[in-house]
Design a protein around this ligand. Structure first.
Ligand code: UD1
Length: 336
């Protein structure tokens, strides 16, 4: 089976390319490097022993999408290509709406024209905002979005469910990711944030590597056991494998119009201080940190109810937060 992976040179995309190949699928990458590096392709080659097919193209271009779908006899699509910075989305709303909605709409049109019905869409736990019940399940009512980025994910989910409600020949999953961490254990691919990382784990590994001066914990007065925020940190290889299982389920789905949303997390919450302390243990580099102000837009606690994906696909996260931190640190050290 031939799978188009838009954004396949990105963090989650590149690990999914590995998981797809290992499961016997043939991934075809489409990525314009707007937030990724060509070096990722070398890392993929080192892991897989071959170079996956690659198109350095933008995913909003309908003609290119149709050409790739036909040329590569694509059977299914995993759509990662999107902008993902919460802060930037608040400063540049139009850029986010244009890109994140535009890529999905072009893709749906191309898939319709080329009779490719199977799609996995990258959504995010950000759609839940501050959940009223924990662990948060897919049945939770979605609040008004907490950022433009979150808004784009909610709207994209709505587009998919509207297409299916209209009876279009589309079989789709939206996977709501919790907090991806880690890297491939070979340290050939991993997260490559541009500039100062926004996310906790890259900030920690860069601080331990001496690239950043100081780690700041954004608030320790939240209503949690140690006062710092709690998140569900999922190893990126577990997340990648969830895409493979999702694809298999889509291929086995007989209904011509079908749509489900699924959480992809571990079901376990860990506080910021737990992450920092565990990182100190696995790296042998206990980190100094200061307690700063709360970061605007952060919520206190969120972790996933994973019973739906477990029941439907038999998928469960196999790796723990500690393994994620070990792999993230190995990757950071490999960058020199
Ligand atoms: C963010 C995004 C989410 C996205 C996810 C993974 C929101 C509000 N945020 O989640 O959409 O899917 O990244 O890319 O939707 N922290 C510190 N110091 C730091 C950095 C972070 O204390 O230097 C804390 C944060 O306050 C938070 C936790 O670490 O409590 C995790 O932060 P982060 O890695 O940025 O992820 P989220 O904000 O949960």
């Amino acid at each position: 089976m031939n799978i188009l992976v838009t954004g396949g040179a990105g963090f989650i995309g590149s690990h999914t390319v590995v998981a797809l190949s290992e499961a016997g699928f043939r991934p075809v990458i489409l990525d314009d490097f707007s937030n990724s590096e060509p070096a990722v392709l070398e890392g993929l080659n080192a892991i897989l022993g071959f170079s996956p097919r690659f198109y350095a193209e933008n995913c909003r271009d309908l003609d290119i999408l149709k050409r790739v779908l036909k040329e590569e006899s694509i059977d299914g699509v995993i759509h990662f290509a999107a902008f993902k910075s919460v802060g930037e989305s608040m400063r540049e709303p139009l850029k986010y709406y244009e890109n994140n909605l535009g890529t999905l709409m072009a893709l749906l049109e191309a898939m319709g024209d080329c009779s490719v019905p199977n799609l996995i869409f990258s959504s995010s736990a950000t759609v839940y905002g501050e959940p009223s019940k924990l662990p948060v399940s897919e049945t939770a009512l979605l609040p008004a979005p907490i950022s433009v980025y979150g808004s784009t994910k909610q709207v994209c989910e709505t587009i998919l469910s509207d297409q299916v409600a209209a009876g279009k020949p589309l079989k789709a999953f939206s996977l709501r990711y919790f907090n991806p961490i880690g890297a491939h254990p070979s340290a050939q691919i991993g997260e490559l944030p541009r500039g100062v990382p926004n996310n906790l784990v890259p900030f920690i590994t860069q601080t331990a590597a001496g690239i950043r001066q100081e780690l700041t914990v954004f608030g320790n007065d939240y209503p949690t056991s140690d006062g710092t925020c709690i998140r569900d940190y999922i190893h990126v290889m577990d997340l990648a494998e969830a895409h493979v299982e999702s694809l298999k389920a889509l291929f086995g789905q007989r209904q011509p119009s079908y749509y489900e949303v699924m959480n992809v997390g571990t079901g376990q919450g860990h506080s910021v201080l737990e992450i920092i302390n565990t990182f100190g243990e696995v790296s042998g580099k206990p980190l100094d940190y200061t307690i700063g102000e709360r970061r605007q837009g952060d919520i206190a606690t969120i972790y996933a109810d994973v019973s739906k994906i477990n029941g439907m696909l038999g998928w469960n996260a196999k790796r723990g937060m500690r393994e994620g931190l070990e792999d993230a640190w190995r990757w950071q050290q490999s960058l020199g």
